[in-house]
Design a binder for this molecule. Structure first.
Ligand SMILES: Cc1ncc(C[n+]2csc(CCOP(=O)(O)OP(=O)(O)O)c2C)c(N)n1
Ligand SMILES: [Mg+2]
Length: 328
């Protein structure tokens, strides 16, 4: 059993799910520091504020199901089971990274838990996931594909073509929109004429649902229903998770284009606070336990960074590994 598979099993409990969300937040905060210290080449796109969507999805899917997601995929990778060393190692371009340090921040992968290489091209993960779903349907292997993408991706041709085909073929696929209100530096109302993106499913006679993306229990309920529907042979669903990214689009984007007060309003609905408050109310966690958990995670992430920074980058000899060519 891979480390990632073991980590995936930890999502079977409410506490395990809270712990994973806290870990994702801590890892992402460390990415910003690693970036500022010059250890990250290229860009990084944080998903802080959106953790409940990734962890909710990973809690429902089986490791044999397949997920595609975007460049904002650190959270999904960690949620599905990739270790902090695997994610941070990849982002820093080290051999211990989950793609051997050859992919970087936007190309995380781990076949053992169903994570296809994450996609840098907006909308590109949708048709690939549909291909996986078609294969599952033909092989009758009871697997589903799930693809995570942003609100901006719903204006891409590949989104419409894939929804159409998935509906016609009744593919076992779940389309999950992370509607965080922005595509790069543009607010959704300036790029898209409707505010409930789930309504786009109507054009394809597809099952749809809008879910509160800050509430992990709501996400789990919604994803479970869509997965059951797909496994039963009924076809695809389009789920719109209403969420928000607390950081800018990438790297050093200070997000000055935000509506004043918007960030503060969304921070009141931090998915980590919502999940922790529920456990405290149930009597399953105390404030002290929570502080201890955060500090254990802090130590874990600090150790992962030490291991990553001590790891080499890929050697020059490996430049042509995983590269194939055909001759005429
Ligand atoms: C086909 C394509 N067009 C443009 C870009 C540049 N680009 C990168 S991220 C992004 C915004 C996408 O927004 P959204 O789908 O809402 O995802 P989010 O970044 O908010 O998670 C754009 C336009 C790209 N990567 N691919
Ligand atoms: Mg967006």
């Amino acid at each position: 059993m891979t480390t990632s598979l073991v980590r995936r099993q930890a999502l079977n409990t409410e506490l395990g799910r809270l712990e994973r969300m806290l870990e994702i937040r801590a890892v992402e905060e460390s990415i910003q520091t690693l970036y500022n210290d010059g250890h990250v080449r290229g860009s990084t796109h944080l998903a802080n504020g959106q953790e409940a969507v990734s962890v909710g999805i990973a809690s429902v899917l089986r490791p044999t199901d397949v997920v595609t997601c975007t460049y904002r995929g650190h959270a999904a990778a960690l949620a599905l089971g990739v270790s902090p060393e695997g994610v941070l190692g990849e982002i820093c371009g080290r051999v211990i990274g989950c793609s051997g340090g050859m992919g970087g921040s936007m190309h995380l992968m781990d076949a053992s838990v169903g994570l296809m290489p994450t996609f840098a091209i907006v909308g590109a993960g949708l048709p690939v996931a549909a291909g996986v779903a078609l294969a599952a349907k033909l092989k009758k292997n009871d697997s589903v594909a799930l693809t995570i993408f942003g609100d901006g991706s719903t204006n891409i041709g590949a989104f419409h073509e894939t929804l159409n085909m998935a509906s016609i073929f009744k593919l076992p696929i779940i389309f999950v929109i992370e509607n965080n209100l922005y595509g790069e530096y543009t607010r959704i109302n300036l790029s898209t004429p409707i505010s409930d993106l789930a309504d786009r499913a109507d054009s394809y006679a597809m099952r749809k649902e809008i879910v509160d993306g800050q509430d992990i229990d709501a996400v789990i309920k919604s994803i479970s229903a869509a997965v059951d529907f797909a496994r039963a042979g009924n076809g695809p669903s389009l789920i719109e998770a209403k969420t928000y990214r607390f950081s800018g689009h990438s790297r050093a984007d200070p997000a000055t284009y935000r509506t004043p007060g918007e960030l503060d309003e969304w921070k009141k609905r931090d998915p980590l606070d919502i999940a922790a408050a529920k456990l405290i109310k149930q009597g399953d966690l105390t404030e002290k336990d929570l502080e201890e958990l955060k500090s254990t995670i802090g130590v874990r992430v600090a150790k992962a960074i030490e291991v990553v920074l001590a790891s080499e980058g890929p050697s020059l000899d490996s430049l042509l590994q995983h590269v194939s060519a055909s001759r005429k």
